[in-house]
Every structure is written in structure tokens, then in C-alpha cells.
Design a protein around this ligand. Structure first.
Ligand code: NAD
Length: 374
């Protein structure tokens, strides 16, 4: 079987779907021909020669995209889609909520697996690209905030006087939020955090953060807040209003706010209103990790650092791509673990594991048709 690893074509995408470590494992049986596009790993600091040493050969875009099995990070662009082979298998972050993109992919005749759809079960944890990349995004969000903030993060006692520790608020405490708390803590900040899911309180406190509580007033609110399958659901307007008021109060005191709140397949919930930003301290920094899904913060702009009343709102996209080498290393291992459901890496035997619930959950198109889901 020909396995292709193209260079990612989307602007700013520095990651690559396989590394020499994973190529070596896939190549071990000697049964498969692995072709990596020249320069595919350059932005992740992986030279072509390292892929060759691991058992791949170097080819061009047409050859890698035309393979029997194509490993990608991002959904193919329309040009890339045109180069895919009918009947091939494609694995990557295929944007399953973009119906027209999935339709276009289906028309190309590939069998597509969108890793965003991995079920949150124990067996799928080693393949969970959303977690591996969110972890990186949470770390990078704090590093970016520290860079944009015109003061120290830790409390310092110097001969010239004492410097106060930065106060950091993290909104949305999933994988990215937890890593943001841990990273800000390591830098010496004083941390508060909040989430819609009540189960997160203990995790925040165990990382040394203070929990900001938004109380529930009805059983319905409490039930919705539990989420589904590890993900949050949209909260009723009354709860969102109460949350807005509590967050507005906390934001006035904060130096740095990191927002990470997401609801799969929906626009990100708006947690911070423009008037809340206007009431924050000049020099404060907000990093809106949800900016690609519409943003948690009014006034955040995709791809820029906007300044509103002296408050910087960082709306940069694709933070994992800014930590390219580690993001690729973790992503590539996730992909290999997913592939191992169908590929026996020792013997090289390959049979698409169509009966496996993980494989079924991620299937987005097959036989020229998009796979519809509730
Ligand atoms: P996510 O990226 O979808 O969302 C980020 C956070 O935003 C979540 O914690 C969510 O509750 C929160 N949020 C949504 N709406 C909000 C609102 N209005 N106000 C405040 N917060 C809001 O979530 P995620 O990081 O992918 O993961 C969520 C949970 O799933 C985590 O607790 C994680 O530990 C768990 N998880 C489990 C597995 C597994 O068991 N296999 C794998 C990965 C993650």
C-alpha cells in the first residue's frame, strides 16, 4: 500500500501528520511504501533526510495526495481534494461540522476519517488529537499572554521594591484551560478559574487555583451543565446572564484572562462583553482561544492582537502550530494509534476496522456520500 504524507497547504499550518518516529513504526514491516512530500516537516524542524532514514522516500504533492492512505493534519484545500484518489483513505482534522467541506470531500470518492469525532472513551485517549493539541494551545496562550503583558508574572521582592504577582482568570477549564492554569502557576501568577461543568471545581483547586462559582438556580441548569460525553452544552440565557455579571466583576481585577470555552459544532459562547473589556485595567491582556469558533470575547479579531481601551485582546489562530515540533510529535502519535486499529504495525497487515466503534464514529464520508449524524 502507498502511504502519503503531504506538506500541509493551509496558510500558517506548520504541523505535519507523521514524524520520523511514527514513519519508522509504519515502515517496520517492509510491506508499505511511504512517501513524504519534500519539505513536509521543515516547519516542524524535521529535515527530509530524517524521514528517509526512518524508511520513507521523498516525493511531491501529487504523489503523496494520490496515495492509497493519506495522513494529514488539516482538511484538504480544494486543490488538494482534486488530487486525492477515488477509494483512498484519508485521516486528519477534516472539519466534520463544515457540511459543504465534507460534501466536497465525499465527491472526491475518498473514505474520510475526521479525528475531531473520536469518542471520549478510555481506549481512544491515545488518539485524542483535540486533547493533545488543546494542551499545547493552553500552554502557548499563557506564554503569549506573558509576552504581551507589560509586567512580571511572579511576585518579586527586589532591592528596588516589591512587584505584585499577576492575577490570571481562566474561563473554560477543559484540557486547554487546565494546562493554562498549570502554566500560569509555574510562572508564579495568582489564578482564578470557572467553567460551566461543576466537576471541574476540584481540578482547579488541586492546581492551586480559586474556583469562581456561577450558581445554578434550576434543576434544568444543573442538568445541562453536566454536559454530554465530556463536552459542554449551551447554557440557558438566565445562567449566561448571571455568569456575565460574575465574570465582569472578576475581570475588573485581572491582569490576564484566558478564555477557552467551546461547544462542539456550535459558535463559541460569548463570555466577556465589550463593556467588561472596557472596564478592565489598562495593560491587561486577554487571550481568546475560541476565536476560530467566533470567540468568547466581544471585540476579539481572528488573526490579530486588537487593543481596546488599552486592553490587548489576542485573537491569534492555531496556537498549536506555534509549537510546531511538539504539536507534530503528539499529533503524529495520535494518528499512528488511530491507524493501529486497522494496521498491524508488526506484520504490516492492513484491513480497515469498519466494525470498531472508534473507526465508525470518525467516518465522515464513504462511497461518494457524506455520512450524516444527528
Ligand atoms: P472543549 O474544548 O470542548 O471546551 C473547553 C471548556 O469550555 C470545557 O471545559 C467546557 O465545559 C467549557 N465551556 C463551554 N461552555 C462554557 C461556558 N458557557 N462557560 C464556561 N465554560 C464553558 O473541552 P475539552 O477540553 O475538549 O474537554 C472537556 C472535558 O472532557 C475535559 O474535562 C476533559 O478532561 C474531558 N476529556 C475526556 C477524555 C476521555 O475520557 N477520553 C478525553 C479528552 C477530554
Amino acid at each position: 500500500m502507498l502511504i502519503g504524507i503531504p506538506r500541509e497547504a493551509r496558510p500558517g499550518e506548520t504541523r505535519v501528520a507523521a514524524t520520523p518516529e511514527t514513519v519508522k513504526k509504519i515502515a517496520a514491516s517492509g510491506k508499505h511504501d511511504i512517501v513524504v512530500e519534500s519539505g513536509a516537516g521543515t516547519a516542524s524542524s524535521i529535515p527530509d533526510a530524517d524521514y528517509q532514514a526512518a524508511g520513507a522516500r521523498i516525493g511531491n504533492a501529487t504523489e503523496t495526495l494520490g496515495a492509497d492512505l493519506v495522513l494529514k493534519v488539516r482538511a484538504p484545500t480544494s486543490d488538494e481534494t482534486g488530487a486525492l484518489k477515488r477509494g483512498a483513505v484519508l485521516i486528519g482534522l477534516l472539519d466534520p461540522y463544515d457540511a459543504s467541506g465534507v460534501e466536497a470531500l465525499a465527491r472526491s470518492g475518498v473514505t474520510g476519517f475526521a479525528l475531531e469525532r473520536l469518542p471520549r472513551i478510555t481506549r481512544a485517549q491515545s488518539m485524542d488529537v483535540l486533547s493533545s493539541q488543546a494542551n499545547i494551545a493552553g500552554y502557548k496562550a499563557v506564554v503569549l499572554a506573558a509576552d504581551q503583558y507589560g509586567r512580571f508574572m511572579p511576585m518579586l521582592m527586589t532591592a528596588a521594591g516589591t512587584v505584585k504577582a499577576a492575577r490570571v482568570l481562566v474561563l473554560g477549564v477543559g484540557v486547554a484551560g487546565l494546562q493554562a492554569i498549570a502554566t500560569a502557576k509555574r510562572l508564579g501568577a495568582v489564578i482564578e478559574a470557572s467553567d460551566v461543568r461543576p466537576s471541574v471545581k476540584d481540578q482547579v483547586e488541586s492546581l492551586g487555583g480559586k474556583w469562581v462559582d456561577v450558581p445554578y438556580e434550576t434543576d434544568e441548569e444543573r442538568q445541562i451543565a453536566e454536559g454530554v460525553g465530556g463536552y459542554a452544552r449551551p447554557m440557558p440565557p438566565a445562567w449566561m446572564q448571571r455568569q456575565g455579571a460574575i465574570i465582569a466583576d472578576r475581570c475588573k481585577l485581572m491582569d490576564i484572562v484566558i478564555t477557552t470555552a467551546l461547544i462542539p459544532g456550535r459558535p463559541a459562547p460569548k463570555l466577556i462583553k465589550a463593556e467588561t473589556v472596557a472596564a478592565m485595567k489598562p495593560g491587561a491582556v486577554i487571550v481568546d482561544l475560541a476565536v476560530e469558533q467566533g470567540g468568547n470575547v466581544e471585540g476579539s479579531e481572528l488573526g490579530t492582537i486588537a487593543v481596546r481601551n488599552g486592553v490587548k485582546i489576542v485573537g491569534l489562530a492555531n496556537l498549536p502550530a506555534m509549537v510546531a515540533a511538539d504539536a507534530s510529535a503528539l499529533y503524529a502519535r495520535n494518528v499512528l494509534n488511530f491507524l493501529a486499529l486497522s494496521l498491524n504495525v508488526k506484520s504490516g497487515d492492513y484491513a480497515l476496522a469498519r466494525d470498531d466503534e472508534i473507526v465508525q464514529a470518525t467516518l465522515v464520508c464513504d462511497n461518494g456520500q457524506a455520512v450524516s449524524r444527528p
